[in-house]
Design a protein. Structure first.
Lengths: 101, 624
């Protein structure tokens, strides 16, 4: 028996909500990154679900793009986090507010 | 023939370019000789082209050089139109230019910018020849502007003198006002006929409606008043006397200032379309001739007398054009070039001998010190006064005879002008060369010295031309003379009454009487110069009928007030005010919005999430 598509969509929405909550509440840049990854993958899951349900390869193709962009984003982002940590011994984003207006 | 015609234009251009490249490497007299040679070559080429032209059956040859403009329906070639009119102009322009170049070598001796002077002079001759030889209005306009800018440079030649610098500006600006007229005429002609080529335009004169023709003629008249110093744009010419005297002789007497007359004669088929336009031309010319002659009677500066005399004589030419007597206008133009160049160069020789003094009150008795300048000036004086058998008599009689058949009023005005001309020239002559010596203070007791041969030789040649110039068009050889020669280039005006030969003789006799009256009056009044007969000089006339003051009051001062108003009120309040208001409002709003940028990453993330939530809600509600 196959699992209905709506279940996958619910899981995706839950994952996305958890990720968004994490981005909004956690201070550590590293954790925030992980939450963002969670959100991205929630979207990926939704894409794949629809691709399967609608028999449309486009959704799977979009997932590849998201994966590639996420990998690039993590590379750059972690590089920034590492250099920020070296300078300040902390990755708390609340302390990074020198650019405020 | 084509190559000879090309050489006329190219020779001065080559001279100009060579001197420009060599710069200060050429030492003083060499630059002058290069320039003189270039112009002399142009003169020889003109003579060759002239003989080639008269040996042909067809008297209108176009020499194509290159395609110049090709935009839409506008096709303009750089081409030379060799016809009787342009050749007549070329011959006297190059001939007199060559003589004046030669004279300048002596006159400009020791000047700081000797080379520069000859560079400008050659460029001027080139521009003038382009103006004259162009086969279309646009190329003529190039020459027209070229001579204008050379005139500006040469008037302001002593640019470290304030008066010279502003005189140059004045000349340039007055000319620009006239140029607007030429531009408007070009626009109208192109719109009507679809071409700027003279020959093509003249084939399509039937396309002109009478109102467009009149406006075109009036626009051409405006152009001519600017370049040829006619009312209302005549008062730049006397100021232009700030330039060196050879410049006054070449540009402001013999050649450039006659360009307006040339333009009108060249456009004769268009002029033929509008009788009211021609009437305006004749009236402007006649009134200018009279007004300038009255002003010349009271000037103290030897060159200013000659300047107003030039304005007056060109007035005669314009009047002749208006009367439809194109050949008479050109005849007077050529003769005037001879005797006015002679008089200017003679005055230059006088000024040279008195170390730069130009005030005739400080001259007198120069007859015995200037053995060559005196007799040549004498000839110039008799010629312009209209004494037979010199050139001035014949040309003036030709003009006045034609005007007599056109309008009796203008003829009377011309005759009064003739009396005044004889009077002011005799006054100038008597006060300068005869009477008591009043120059000792200027020369610090020394005797004035005659100029070197290089300056007197052109005087002698020009004097000979002034004597013999009349044979170009004696009344009884009218058809074998300049009049018959030019008739191929101009379109005669229908309906102008030609006067009988006997009437011509009577009119000539009247002219002679006018000349004698003027001369006699001057000799009676000015024989005695101590005390100075100052009641015969009017300050109203000396100040040019208050013409400059009127322009100052009507245009200058209101413009100054307007400028002050915009400078003190509009600029700080309106313009600066607007700028400052914009800057302030930007700063104020920026102060509010910068608080949004808190620098807290999670706040930004919250904003994104909220935005997304709004979007989702919007999309959901829309789909229902």
């Amino acid at each position: 028996m196959s699992i209905p598509a709506s279940w996958f969509l619910v899981v995706g929405a839950l994952l996305f909500g958890i990720g968004a909550y994490g981005v909004l509440t956690r201070r550590s840049a590293l954790i925030m990154f992980m939450c963002i990854e969670l959100m991205l993958n929630a979207v990926n899951l939704t894409f794949v679900t629809y691709a399967h349900a609608l028999r449309d390869i486009g959704g799977q193709a979009a997932v590849f793009f998201v994966l590639v962009v996420a990998a690039a984003e993590v590379t750059v982002g972690l590089g920034i986090v590492v250099s920020v940590f070296r300078r300040r011994n902390s990755t708390s984003v609340d302390e990074l507010s020198e650019m405020k207006g | 023939m084509a190559s000879a015609a090309l050489l006329i234009v190219l020779a001065p251009l080559v001279g100009f370019v060579v001197m420009l490249i060599m710069g200060r490497q050429v030492k003083e007299p060499t630059a002058g000789w290069i320039a003189t040679t270039a112009v002399a070559v142009a003169f020889v080429a003109s003579v060759v082209t002239f003989f080639a032209l008269i040996s042909r059956s067809q008297h209108e040859v176009t020499v194509n050089l290159f395609g110049w403009l090709d935009v839409g329906t506008l096709h303009v070639n750089a081409a030379l139109l060799v016809d009787p009119l342009s050749m007549t102009m070329c011959l006297f322009v190059t001939g007199i230019s060559a003589l004046i170049h030669l004279y300048s070598i002596g006159y400009m001796h020791g000047e700081r910018d000797f080379n520069k002077f000859f560079i400008y002079l050659n460029l001027f001759v080139f521009s003038m020849l382009v103006l004259v030889l162009a086969n279309n209005l646009l190329l003529t306009f190039v020459g027209w502007e070229g001579v204008g800018v050379c005139s500006y440079w040469l008037v302001s030649y002593y640019f470290d003198k304030d008066s010279a610098a502003s005189a140059g500006k004045k000349a340039f600006i007055y000319n620009r006002i006239g140029d607007v007229g030429l531009l408007i005429a070009m626009f109208l002609i192109f719109r009507t006929t679809g071409s700027l080529n003279y020959v093509a335009v003249f084939h399509h004169t039937g396309l002109f409606t009478s109102s467009v023709a009149t406006i075109t003629v009036l626009a051409l008249l405006l152009a001519a008043t600017g370049k040829s110093a006619q009312i209302p744009l005549f008062n730049w010419l006397p100021d232009a006397m700030e330039g060196p005297t050879p410049v006054s002789a070449l540009i402001h007497a013999a050649t450039m200032v006659t360009a307006g007359v040339y333009l009108l004669v060249r456009m004769s088929p268009v002029l033929a379309l509008s009788s009211s336009g021609r009437m305006s031309i004749a009236v402007v010319g006649g009134v200018t001739a009279f007004v300038a002659a009255t002003i010349a009677t009271s000037q103290r500066d030897i060159k200013k007398v000659l300047a107003f005399s030039t304005v007056s004589q060109i007035g005669y030419m314009v009047m002749a054009v208006g009367a439809g007597a194109y050949a008479a206008a050109i005849f007077l133009m050529v003769c005037h070039a001879f005797y006015k160049a002679l008089l200017f160069l003679g005055s230059g020789s006088v000024i040279h001998s008195l170390s730069g003094e130009q005030d005739i009150h400080l001259m007198g008795g120069l007859k015995k010190y200037l053995p060559l300048t005196f007799p040549t000036f004498l000839i110039g004086w008799l010629t312009i006064s209209g004494v037979p058998p010199f050139a001035g008599f014949w040309s003036k009689a030709d003009v006045l005879g034609s005007v007599y058949g056109f309008s009796k009023f203008l003829w009377v005005l011309g005759l009064i002008t003739a009396v005044l001309t004889a009077y002011y020239m005799s006054r100038l002559f008597v006060v300068t060369f005869r009477g008591t010596e009043r120059f000792r203070e200027v020369t610090k007791g020394h005797d004035p010295h005659e100029s070197p041969w290089i300056m007197t030789a052109p005087l002698v040649v020009l004097a000979a031309l002034a004597v013999l110039g009349g044979v170009l068009d004696l009344p009884w050889i009218h058809h074998d003379s300049i009049a018959g020669f030019i008739s191929g280039s101009v379109q005669p005006v229908a309906g102008v009454a030609s006067i009988s030969t006997s009437a011509q003789w009577v009119l000539a006799a009247v002219d002679l009487v006018a000349a004698v009256v003027g001369i006699a009056a001057a000799f009676t009044i000015w024989r005695q110069t101590s005390p100075w007969p100052s009641r015969y000089e009017s300050s109203f006339l000396e100040r040019v009928w208050l013409w400059d003051d009127a322009y100052d009051a009507v245009i200058g001062r209101p413009a100054e007030h307007a400028a002050a108003f915009t400078g003190e009120v509009i600029e700080p309040r309106v313009i600066d005010g607007a700028v400052i208001a914009v800057a302030t409002s930007v700063r104020r709003s920026a102060e509010g919005t910068r608080k949004v940028q808190s620098g807290l990453l999670r706040q930004y993330a919250l904003a994104i999430v909220m935005g997304m939530a709004v979007l989702v809600v919007y999309l959901l509600t829309r789909s229902w």
